[in-house]
Design a protein around this ligand. Structure first.
Ligand code: FAD
Length: 387
């Protein structure tokens, strides 16, 4: 088969779509293959009853890198959000991430000094040499906050006791001695006004896009179509699992429709932090953009909401890989695959599956922009849409 494209991109998640967009901006002919029927990968969304339902768990776009912000504003309109999930434990609700509101709810304290005093008294020194999640949590967060907000949630999330999880999972978790309950501290935070799949569709304008098309149906044929190829699928699959399978945690989702209300939960995201339920989160996507949903529903004579319940699961055949299992064995295996990927002629590997890393959307975009710039040179961006 003759080379009919300059670039082949496998996967229409944000990693592949950003790279494809950049390649098109630089005048390349691009073919994109996507195994699923919808665009957007893990961030995919579908509009139901005027609500953009995130199909694979709540996705809030947040960024601090100026280039990523510029790219986002240039390619989509974002509804500003302020992510502040609420934790449920023992029939009570608590503010997240842990801050002065949380400590007030737990201990009745009001000032930062009072909160600090309670927290100091609550800290449990780890046994010598221990750096498991539980030991670190009881020291870093104090026993009460660890037990109430982190222990059961994390055990459900990872399917293992916290004593068997690495303490490094808590690296970016701190306490705030202020009443600031904004989860992300990035200057840019929002959700695309028309949903993520629409955004990705716009990024891919001008590319040939084949959905429902798995690269492995005809690897030889597709490979021959372009000299430069980007693969954003699971890296172990690409190499036919030659070093064994990389471990993932997956999630199951149950969708519920609620009639006669657009506010079921009072918060877009609830974290289920006790052991009485296998659920970890319940998301009400209408609350990411309540005004947009109200306008669309009133125009269509609708009044309803959707709640998506999330339960962690082992990643088996057919299950969507969600979180890489970052234990020593998987890290070592991932290094072998990364070396194989770096030595593969004509191929680039990107994204959370292609790199086997947990990456947020802004990180995936930043990495794809940098990769594309190395191959296609600088592309003159247009004027960003200032929202
Ligand atoms: C539950 C959950 C919530 C998250 N929430 C946030 C959030 O709030 N904010 C944030 O910034 N990030 C969030 N993330 C991370 C975010 O999902 C990722 O950063 C991003 O979606 C990764 O994009 P990607 O293109 O690397 O991978 P993916 O989105 O997985 O895209 C890869 C694509 O490749 C396709 N593919 C794979 N193999 C083949 C093949 N053989 N042939 C053709 N196509 C193939 C897949 O179908 C998929 O569409 C969350 C992740 C999870 C698990």
């Amino acid at each position: 088969m003759a080379e009919r494209y300059d670039v082949l991109v496998v996967g229409a998640g944000l990693a592949g779509a950003t790279f494809a967009w950049y390649a098109r901006q630089s005048g390349r002919r691009v073919l994109v293959l996507e195994a699923e029927k919808e665009l957007g990968g893990l961030a995919a969304s579908e509009r139901r009853f005027g609500i953009d339902v995130h199909l694979w768990g709540p996705h809030i776009f947040h960024a601090s890198d100026p280039e990523v912000i510029r790219f986002a504003r240039l390619t989509a309109y974002f509804v500003p959000t302020r992510h502040s999930p609420v934790a449920l434990y023992g029939g009570r609700s608590y503010s997240l991430p842990p801050n002065l509101w949380t400590m007030r709810q737990l201990w009745g304290v009001v000032t930062p000094a009072e909160a600090r005093e309670r927290w100091e008294a609550d800290r449990v020194a780890p046994p010598a040499g221990a750096d498991d999640f539980e030991s670190r949590g009881r020291w870093q967060l104090g026993a009460t906050i660890y037990e109430t907000l982190f222990r059961h949630y994390s055990e459900k999330q990872w399917g293992r006791p916290c004593t068997e999880l690495p303490g490094s999972l808590l690296e970016r978790t701190g306490l705030r001695f202020t009443y600031d309950n904004r989860y992300f501290r990035d200057p840019f935070e929002g959700v695309p006004a028309d949903g993520y799949s629409e955004w990705v569709g716009r990024l891919l304008e001008g590319c040939d896009v084949r959905t429902g098309c798995d690269y492995f149906q005809d690897p030889g044929g597709y490979r021959a179509l372009a000299g430069l190829r980007l693969y954003t699928g699971p890296v172990d699959r690409f190499f036919d699992y030659r070093y064994g399978r990389l471990g993932w945690r997956s999630l199951d989702f149950r969708h519920e429709i609620h009639e006669g209300t657009r506010n079921v939960q009072g918060a877009a995201v609830l974290n289920h932090c006790d052991a009485s339920t296998p659920l970890t989160r319940s998301t009400e996507p209408a609350l990411f953009d309540p005004e947009g949903v109200r306008r669309r529903q009133e125009a269509a004579g609708l009044d309803c909401s959707i709640v998506v319940h999330e339960t962690p699961a082992a990643a088996g055949p057919g299950a969507r890989p969600c979180y890489p299992e970052l234990d020593a064995a998987n890290r070592a295996r991932a290094e072998l695959y990364r070396s194989a990927a770096a030595a593969e002629p004509g191929w680039l590997f990107a994204g959370r599956l292609g790199e086997y890393r947990y990456l947020n959307m802004d990180q995936v975009i930043l990495r794809s922009l940098a990769l594309a710039r190395r191959h296609f040179g600088a592309v003159p961006y247009g004027t960003p849409k200032l929202t």
